[in-house]
Design a protein around this ligand. Sequence first.
Ligand code: PLP
Length: 498
Amino acid sequence: MLYESTRQAKATMTSSEAILAGLAKDGGLLLPDHIPQLSAQDIEGFKNLSYRDLAQNILSLYLDDYPKEALDQACGLAYQSFTDPEVTPLRTLSSALSVLELYHGPTYAFKDVALQILPHLLVQAAKINKDDRHYLILVATSGDTGKAAMAGFADVNKTSILVFYPKDGVSQIQKLQMITQTGDNVGVAAVDGNFDDTQTGVKAIFSDSELAQALDKESIRFSSANSINWGRLVPQIVYYFSSYAKLRKTGKIKEGEAINFVVPTGNFGNILAGYLAKEMGLPVHKLICASNENNVLTDFIDSGLYDRKRPFKRTLSPSMDILISSNLERLIYLLSDRDPDLIRGYMDQLKNQGSYQLEAGHLSKLKESFWSSHCSDETTVQEIEKTFQDYDYLVDTHTAVAMNIYRKYQDKTSDNHHTVVVSTASPYKFTNAVAQAVLDEKDRQDLSEMELLERLSKASHTPVPAHLKDLDKKKIRHSRALKKEDMKAFVQDFISKD
Ligand SMILES: *Cc1c(COP(=O)(O)O)cnc(C)c1O
């Protein structure tokens, strides 16, 4: 199998080269030249596999130039860091509804599922390609990605990682998680600006030719850990199969029965992995895309018009606050039967005019697989409360958006396929909003996020996650604050210290 750019359709790269490159040279995203197919029998057989073995199975279909033992080792190392023995456990709330908990990794957000394994895939890829350079990973984060990427790359040989976050753009817990990160190869800095400023700064560093030359002399290469990298997408396909296998194993669904997934969506990485699972043969009825008030994807799935010309809203589900969902490019490429000219046209229009319109044929194909809706912050908080009352089950703000969109979907369609709501973060990561929903005002008044952890634990009879408990007592290791203009100097400093 070879990999091709969505903007060129010439398959030239091996999977390990695709993972090292991150992005195609022409600015497109990388995809395999075909989607591997699984039979009903294969899928039925997944019932008897551990998460690790299933992951190895799925990964080997796509990463076919990796030695089998290398993948096995990577899966072993990655998933042993999860606190739940099942890695991504499935909780059944009713005969029609289950929740897939993706947040039992070291940083309590679903990004761990991919970022715990990406460093191993990257190191192996360098080995396969006899690439002896040191990899410097640059990350701009709105909270979850930065911490998850550091947790994955900390003390991984021949790599270092630098994370930039917007000074006032992350929660107290997210900030504490980042500034207390250990590891000799990590660096963190707060940037005076918003997430867009931070991301723009990182992109500028990536394309700085003076820096590139300096790096080359030191035999260092930049790389990225965000969800445009194929090495982040492919591990996410696994849990769609694993949740299906669990429903089969417990007899909640019949062999071959189709189910729905509801996915809280931002950059379209998670839900795209669901689409790939469906295209591989997993019986999926609908993929339901749940958005917050940044509802650009809902409009797109309704009308085919992608229009980013709208105000950016800061919401209680910040990991979904995004107006340009990068991975959509991969979906449209597949829907159009791999038409790179079309993609280049759309991406030009998006860049220059801020919008593009999908043609009718592709839109109806999109609607065969997808459904979408969105909800407000107020509804999100109400949904946390309702879910807690109805099921005695605590969800974070992102998962609450998905729960609400599922409710809307059922009202509109009366569809009763078994549905899996994909839960992307621990409720303890977004304590303010969760406390507002489930605690009386007198029990939460004037308390900090750290103080609220215990209160939430008492109310829900669930333990505070181990690494969050004493977060405010951990040593602060990264207190640098920078102006936007000084990000490059920070990178130069970091390199010269290495
Ligand atoms: C990143 C993230 C999302 C969005 O996932 P995408 O793959 O970007 O669509 C949703 N919820 C949480 C908690 C996240 O961290």
